[in-house]
Design a protein around this ligand. Structure first.
Ligand code: FES
Length: 119
């Protein structure tokens, strides 16, 4: 369950695109919170300062009507989400379940060694 105390108040979700996938995230929130909304575990336990110091949350993006121009970059902990923005690249520290990381269904990822020991 998502702890809504984490998020700035919002009335609706907006659609953005991340690495080619459309996703819905809460309006009026910093992008790193939006990443947390779609990938609670990996972002909550990720290596992020949340205050603009570490740069681990960096991303690259374009906005509507800007295709073909150079991507801009920003820090997702400082950047408020904009409807229809297109995120083209993420810092290696930003792992989003179902997008650039396998979806974690419940009890956590089991590594190959763990699985091998059971057989
Ligand atoms: S989380 Fe550290 S700069 Fe954004």
């Amino acid at each position: 369950m998502i702890d809504n105390d984490l998020f700035e108040p919002y009335e609706r979700l907006v659609t953005i695109e991340i690495l080619g996938r459309p996703v819905e995230v809460p309006e009026n929130n910093r992008l790193l919170r939006c990443f947390q909304f779609i990938s609670m575990r990996s972002i909550s336990y990720g290596d992020f300062c949340w205050n603009g110091d570490c740069t681990n949350c960096q991303f690259w993006y374009t906005e509507e009507g800007e295709h073909g121009r150079d991507d801009k970059t920003a820090l997702s902990c400082r950047f408020k989400v904009r409807e229809a923005m297109v995120i083209t690249r993420l810092s290696e520290h930003v792992k989003l379940e179902g997008i650039n990381k396998e979806r974690d269904e419940g009890g956590g990822m089991r590594d190959e060694q763990e699985v091998a020991q059971e057989s």
